[in-house]
Write a protein that binds this ligand. Structure first.
Ligand code: NDP
Length: 240
């Protein structure tokens, strides 16, 4: 049973990734922070597909909580074959108005979350000696920067750097580490964004769907993607 953890998989892009990976045959650890009911519904959907699903609940910004939950989970079910670091937040604002909390919460969730989630997972993954797949979800903002998102752009650019460096460290273990960078995707997160001006800038003239991001992540987790590592794959309608 190849298990994959998908952080923030109770809704949005994470949910689409969890369901696609389950359809592709993986056992899934669904994860949430606050919305346990939605995550439980995703677990039920995956089980209805005949796949194994478990549920983890912790704040990815809380290092001790993440380690405790993951170590207990690995002790119960064994090491992960894969992990998708999807959980993320925005706290947008023009830089002069950006509060310390806006900065800290975004960096702690989006960037520290990489360390907090992957550090406890990687050694057991190596010891499994089955190769593996790690995918991080960055953003077009981490590649090009975005007005009103200095904190978010910094966190996602950091995530891209961390992903590429980890890819180098894990390559000899046949564990691939890649990043998917979505553009504008139609989820709850998009409700806070002024969409009209942005749509004009997207060559494909529409927001993407969570399923379109999930398809790319699922490919990177598949066997035929074994020779792809240390890459950033954009799913952005041609935006950048
Ligand atoms: P949503 O806001 O729809 O969902 C966010 C998910 O992340 C939820 O499941 C939430 O869990 C979880 N989460 C947030 N903070 C934490 C935390 N501190 N600890 C644990 N879980 C947390 O976001 P999307 O699905 O739109 O985004 C998913 C990823 O894609 C994010 O990393 C985002 O930055 C990235 N992205 C999204 C784009 C878009 O246009 N939507 C564009 C580019 C990138 P819970 O519900 O339990 O709180």
């Amino acid at each position: 049973m190849k298990r994959v953890l998908v952080t923030g998989s109770g809704r949005g892009i994470g949910k689409a990734i969890a369901l696609q990976l389950a359809k592709d045959g993986f056992a899934i650890a669904v994860h949430c922070r606050s919305d346990r009911a939605s995550a439980e519904a995703v677990v039920a959907e995956i089980r209805a597909l005949g796949r194994h699903a478990s549920l983890l609940q912790f704040d990815v910004a809380d290092r001790a909580a993440a380690r405790a939950a993951l170590e207990q989970d690995i002790a119960s079910y064994g090491a992960y074959y894969g992990a998708v670091c999807n959980a993320g937040i925005t706290r947008d604002g023009a830089f002069p108005a950006l509060t310390e909390d806006d900065w800290d919460s975004v960096i702690h969730t989006n960037l520290d979350g990489f360390y907090n989630v992957l550090q406890p997972l990687v050694m057991p993954m190596i010891q499994l000696r089955s190769g593996g797949r790690i995918v991080t979800i960055a953003s077009v903002s981490g590649i090009a920067g975005n007005r009103g998102q200095v904190n978010y752009s910094a966190s996602k650019a950091g995530l891209i750097g961390a992903t590429k460096a980890l890819a180098l460290e894990l390559a000899k273990r046949k564990i691939t580490v890649n990043c998917v960078a979505p553009g504008l995707i139609d989820t709850d997160m998009l409700q806070d964004v002024a969409q009209e001006e942005l749509m004009k800038m997207i060559p494909l003239r529409r927001a993407g769907s969570a399923a379109e991001v999930a398809a790319t992540v699922a490919f990177l987790c598949s066997e035929p993607a074994a020779y792809i590592t240390r890459q950033v794959i954009s799913v952005n309608g041609g935006l950048v």
